[in-house]
Design a protein around this ligand. Structure first.
Ligand code: ASP
Length: 288
């Protein structure tokens, strides 16, 4: 039996990998483990970029996006623009379990949540409202702050699962959806190649189909580290071609052997958490 491995974005990813790793060691499936890890972050009001306590959009509303993917079956589910439901990653999983669809958005996703026993609740906290007022752009729309939690898990049978959940860029326009709930952009998982996930400015991740790009590089024989570096190179090249400065973007990847990769654009200061069995580390990604 191989050692379970979990990798997750940002320092709060330590909570996610700790929870997910314990479940993998008990023999739980990788997607369930990744989901429980992501949910622990969704529940933490101190994390103002995911779930409960997330920072509002341009009009102060918390609007959540999430997706999940199972590497064995390629089952995947996704929700976007969801308000007043805390566990959107679990809701994304329900989409493929209970419907013939992959993605539900807005009011339809909220109706589906209520049909499936999710509770309506306000996701704002006094702290997140105060933060929203303090940092809101004075005049023009300026999206800032990103910190999606993406969790990739491999179990002892080398099966993969992944989850991505976020409140998206703070101060985004109402209705804006980033990469995080888009299968192939914010997340992609295939046991035959590997798993990849993203955080950062979603528009640039969507533009290159970031996570699918990385998984296809691994399918073609690249290591996870080589694959994420190629994706960052693609982000930089695309920005240069468009006469722009590369946006803040980071990727993580995990292959079925448990090899991990991470890379980001300059200035992103991206840290990620890795659990190998019971050993948990917070690592700094290479910047390009
Ligand atoms: N990727 C997310 C988005 O564009 C932002 C983030 O990583 O926090 O919505």
């Amino acid at each position: 039996m191989a050692e379970p491995v979990v990798v997750a974005t940002w320092p709060f990813g330590k909570t996610a990998v700790e929870v997910a790793s314990k479940l993998l060691l008990q023999g739980k499936p990788p997607l369930d483990a990744a989901l429980a890890g992501a949910q622990a972050v969704e529940d933490d009001p101190a994390v103002q970029s995911v779930g409960f306590g997330g920072i509002g959009n341009a009009i102060g509303t918390v609007s959540l996006d999430a997706c999940v993917m199972d590497g064995k079956t390629l089952d995947c589910g996704s929700v976007a623009g969801v308000e007043n439901i805390r566990h959107v990653a679990a809701l994304a999983k329900k989409v493929y379990e209970k419907t013939p669809h992959i993605m539900l958005v807005g009011k339809g996703a909220e109706w589906f949540a209520l049909q499936n026993g999710f509770q309506l609740e306000t996701l704002l906290t006094p702290e997140s409202v105060a933060e929203w007022y303090k940092k809101r752009p004075a005049k023009k729309l300026e999206t800032k702050g990103h910190d999606t939690v993406t969790v990739l898990a491999k179990d002892s049978k080398n099966l993969l699962g992944g989850v991505c959940t976020t409140s998206g860029l703070s101060y985004k326009l109402p209705g804006r959806v980033g990469d995080s709930p888009l299968i192939g952009s914010g997340l992609y998982v295939d046991d035959e190649a590997g798993a990849a996930g993203a955080t950062g400015v979603g528009e640039e991740i969507i533009r290159i189909g970031g996570s699918m790009f990385i998984v296809e590089q691994m399918r073609a024989g690249k290591t996870p580290q080589e694959a994420v570096e190629l994706a960052i190179a693609r982000i930089i090249k695309t920005a240069t071609r468009r006469g722009k400065h590369p946006a803040s973007v980071a990727f993580i990847a995990l292959d079925p052997k448990g090899n991990v990769g991470a890379a980001c654009t300059t200035g992103t200061d991206f840290k990620y958490a890795v659990a190998r069995g019971e050993k948990i580390e917070l690592l700094q990604a290479k910047e390009f």
